[in-house]
Design a binder for this molecule. Structure first.
Ligand code: FAD
Length: 418
């Protein structure tokens, strides 16, 4: 497909409503639900419950499913991908450092397939880019969300949209997690929980310690404006929403209302058409866990190889403030690592996190939170939870060698391997 055709399709998808087009065709499928699906209450038993089907959680669930355990993936929104899809930050990075791929595995498989199906292009990782963002991968957010569902289904993962945990109780060697959705009350009994909610919401429900800053980094609403009758411009704009706080539904509502109001003002002032708007603010920062270890910015910038490292990470230190962002590049050759203990809430059993809530100080987190690292953490957490469920133990008691073997067999790159 040539690039003008690709742009045309992209703009058509993005801008159909804005252009006021009629419905060009109708196709049909049938969604069949089992009779018991309409009952308002349900109880399920699974080995692993992954909460949050975003960047990290999707990969965690697929890995756990592929490792042969039963998995429920719970997502409070209506699609997978989280910040990558609902937030619209559809440029995952960084999978490479200093001319070499450093993060692969299930996340990379999904990204590669998404780019191939969209007839896009992957960066050449053999080339060290001038600017870090040049090796981010541009993906089609809509396709990514659908491919993620396909891979979950193929791995035997059950998906529960529109639901979230309300109460989490330790029972014996596992958990009872009481969840709600509209028209649904679900009791989940499981052996392991993986919290991939971005802000460690399950950890918060359990009353375990979390770290946060008084002033959070701004969130961003992504949108696109175009000239009337000139839909060819596909420059994404970013509106910084200072004070955006995803702590709860009330604070997130304020961020969304504030962002949309400002965008409406812009449309009126600039007299341009609103061609595209993500459904919600992308939140950069809320809570991080206090884990069995905490990754400091010194650990991060020195490329410390932790003895229980489960994946690499790579990105400049990238703190957004009211005066913008000035990324601080890592020194040549430096590749930070993420230890398993940073995914384990301090003093907990049968519980892991993955994603931007990883136990880390604020500056280390500003680099660790990017999507490729979240995917690497997700795969490691999903694999570890699956092994812990199979062995009837807790994540930190699973032999590290076994975790590494499982991850390698699913194409992940383990720090220290040649
Ligand atoms: C504006 C912006 C720009 C960025 N730019 C880049 C970039 O250029 N490149 C890059 O690689 N990274 C970038 N990042 C960082 C990166 O996108 C995020 O840090 C990362 O995607 C976070 O992944 P996650 O899995 O931790 O959380 P998310 O992807 O946000 O997923 C969390 C999921 O959990 C769900 N959830 C939350 N609470 C609950 C609950 N209680 N129950 C059920 N589900 C729940 C959410 O709906 C969501 O789907 C950016 C982030 C933002 C916000």
């Amino acid at each position: 497909m040539n690039s003008s055709r690709r742009n045309f399709i992209q703009n058509s998808v993005m801008g159909t409503a804005g252009l006021g087009l009629g419905i060009a065709s109708t196709t049909e499928v049938s969604a069949s639900t089992l009779p018991e699906a309409v009952a308002p209450e349900t109880t399920v038993d699974v080995d692993v419950l992954v909460v949050g089907g975003g960047t990290a959680g999707t990969i965690a669930a697929i890995q756990a499913g592929r490792a042969g355990v039963s998995v429920l993936l719970m997502e409070r929104n209506s699609q997978l991908g989280g910040t990558m899809t609902t937030g619209g930050v559809a440029f995952p990075g960084l999978f490479d450092a200093w001319g070499k791929q450093i993060i692969a595995g299930i996340g990379w498989e999904l990204v590669k397939e998404c780019v191939a199906l969209d007839e896009g292009q992957l960066p050449d990782f053999a080339k060290v880019p001038q600017r870090h963002w040049q090796n981010q991968v541009y993906i089609n957010q809509f396709l990514y969300a659908i491919l993620a569902e396909e891979k979950c289904t193929a791995a035997g993962v059950e998906i529960a949209y529109y639901e979230f945990p309300q109460a989490v109780t330790k029972i014996g060697d596992g958990w009872q997690v009481d969840c709600v959705g509209f028209g649904t009350r679900r009791r989940v009994r499981c052996k392991q929980v993986v919290d991939c909610t971005g802000g460690a919401e399950v950890v918060g429900l359990l009353g375990l310690p979390r770290l946060s800053e008084q002033e959070r980094q701004p969130g961003s609403f992504l949108f696109m404006l175009g000239e009337a009758h000139e839909p060819g411009r596909n420059q994404i704009h970013r509106l910084y929403v200072h004070g955006a706080d995803s702590t709860n539904s009330r604070t997130a509502t304020v961020a969304n209302l504030t962002g949309r109001k400002a965008i409406l003002n812009k449309v009126r002032q600039e007299q341009k058409r609103l061609m595209h708007l993500q459904p919600e603010t992308g939140f950069r920062e809320s809570y991080r866990i206090e884990g069995e270890t905490l990754i400091t910015v010194q650990d991060y910038t020195s490329g410390r190889l932790f003895d229980d490292a489960i994946c690499y990470a790579f990105y400049p230190v990238d703190l957004h403030t009211k005066s913008g962002v000035k990324p601080q590049a890592l020194k040549p050759g430096t590749v930070p690592t993420i230890p398993l203990r940073a995914l384990v809430p301090k003093g907990s059993r049968d519980l892991l996190v993955a994603g931007r809530c990883v136990s880390s100080d604020r500056l280390a987190n500003s680099g660790l939170r990017v999507q490729a690292s979240c995917m690497g953490m997700g795969q490691a957490a999903g694999g570890t939870a699956a092994l812990a469920a199979k062995l009837g133990t807790t994540p930190l008691e699973v032999p590290l060698r076994q975790i590494h073997e499982l991850l390698r067999s699913h194409d992940a790159i383990i720090p220290g391997d040649a």
